[in-house]
Write a protein that binds this ligand. Structure first.
Ligand SMILES: C[S@@+](CC[C@H](N)C(=O)[O-])C[C@H]1O[C@@H](n2cnc3c(N)ncnc32)[C@H](O)[C@@H]1O
Length: 431
């Protein structure tokens, strides 16, 4: 395909992504299936153009007064790229109009903060509520950054150095993550097919962002505990909780979710890792959890959220949360926290986690919870980090610094080079 034809394809994909709820990766895959003539190099180039276009959407909207695929790609490409692609020849997009040329003459510096930060205008106050004066830099790191590929090494199966050597033998260079003591960060930014590696099949590691690992370590699962993972989803944190619980056969791990298909996805992961957990599909209102009321030593609520902390991985999601969907999520989050808290035994722990950077889903939910539950008190992040053998000394210091003596912490690509996870910790008063 010519550069122009690839650009035209990227514009088509960008318009499909804007109209769809599916992840951009999936839209790209289905475009590839419908256009078999595009070779793997073409598909890779189209994917790069499309992702650059998604990341340019806010500035495109400001500059052109509209953010369709053409506007996004015009914004994303430099002058040379535009000249090479927008030729009007054969399958290439039409040449630039005079109005487009005039719009492109305006410097990015004229754009409002929200556009330069890569987010829709209505999200700026949400981000400011979380990050204060730094919000635009934080948002830009989320919307424009590229996420690394992190692995959590299953120390119950292999030492960090053994996992690193197994990766190196497959030409995959990695380094230890600075904050989680169980993490390896791949040097390559393109996802290799890890599933084919013998070390993966033997359960030596799982793909898991360092921030997600830290959330599990902060929750504070220990050997011998009865631990409930209330929103287990695909099981990323379930497996980490099991790792924190230490020696085989020690304690009890129960994974809930409303979606039985998600729970099914955990089974092969448990098997690979040698982990044991009871999987249980529960009702949306907590039906099926009554037998654990007041019995759990630790309940983790990894709540459904806007996933705004993962925008580096899915920049199209920046445009998908609406004020209405956010309102629905915050109502669900407080209901879930309330239901899950009933399972905590007197003196037991409760951890609330999201992968969001919006204060409305995070601190506001945590504050409302403590205000409405006199039998729960905040548990210090610095204490939780300080007692976890799975957090590095640097990680303990950084978490304590970010928590500023409090019971909650907000991670972000800019602050911790992780996804934007949030945790708030509570403890139920002894009976
Ligand atoms: C953020 S995801 C969990 C991710 C998972 N813990 C992990 O680490 O991979 C949130 C999960 O909450 C589940 N969920 C939604 N409503 C729920 C409810 N009322 N009770 C329990 N789980 C619920 C969703 O099905 C989804 O799997």
């Amino acid at each position: 395909m010519t550069p122009g034809a690839r650009a035209a394809a990227a514009i088509e994909v960008l318009d499909q992504v804007a109209a769809s709820r599916a992840p951009a990766d999936e839209v790209l895959r289905s475009w590839g299936r419908a256009h078999r003539f595009a070779g793997s190099k073409d598909r890779r180039a189209i994917a790069e153009l499309a992702f650059a276009g998604v990341r340019a959407r806010a500035l495109a909207g400001w500059r052109f007064g509209g953010d369709d695929g053409r506007a996004c790609l015009l914004q994303a490409l430099g002058e040379a790229g535009r000249a090479a692609c927008f030729t009007g020849e054969a399958h290439a997009p039409a040449p630039l109009t005079d109005a487009e040329r005039a719009a492109l003459a305006r410097p990015d510096a004229d754009a409002p903060d929200w556009a330069r930060a890569g987010v829709p205008a209505w999200k700026a106050p949400l981000l400011e509520a979380s990050f204060g004066a730094d919000w635009a830099e934080e948002a830009a790191a989320l919307s424009q950054g590229r996420a690394p590929i992190d692995l959590r090494v299953n120390l119950r199966r292999a030492a960090l150095t053994s996992a690193q050597a197994a990766l190196a033998a497959a030409d995959l260079a990695s380094g230890a993550t600075p904050l989680s003591a169980t993490g390896l960060r791949l040097t390559a930014r393109l996802a290799p097919d890890l599933h084919k590696l013998q070390a993966f099949r033997a359960g030596w590691f799982e793909v898991q962002d360092e921030g997600s690992q830290l959330m599990a370590w902060l929750a504070g699962a220990e050997p011998g505990m009865t631990v409930v993972d209330y929103c287990a989803g695909g099981g990323g944190k379930t497996l980490a909780l099991w790792q924190a619980m230490g020696a085989k056969g020690s304690g009890r791990l129960i994974a809930f979710d409303v979606d039985p298909r998600r729970l099914d996805a955990i089974r092969p992961r448990l098997e690979r890792s040698g982990a044991q957990a009871t999987l249980r599909a529960i009702g949306a209102d907590g039906q099926g959890t009554q037998d654990l009321e007041g019995r759990a030593d630790l309940v983790l609520v990894d709540a459904p959220c806007s996933a705004s902390g993962t925008w580096r991985r899915r920049p199209e999601a920046i445009w998908r949360t609406t004020p209405e969907s956010l309102q629905r999520l915050t109502a669900l989050q407080s209901a879930l926290l309330d239901r899950a808290s009933r399972l905590v035994r007197p003196g037991g722990r409760l951890a609330y986690v999201t992968c969001s950077v919006f204060a409305a889903e995070n601190l506001a939910a945590a504050d409302a919870f403590v205000a409405a539950h006199a039998d729960f008190r905040p548990r210090s992040i610095a204490d939780a980090a300080g007692t976890s053998p799975l957090i590095t000394p640097q990680g303990r210091d950084r978490l304590a610094e970010l928590a500023r003596g409090g019971h909650s912490v907000q991670l972000s690509p800019r602050r911790t080079d992780t996804d934007g996870f949030f945790a708030a910790l509570f403890e139920r008063s002894p009976a």
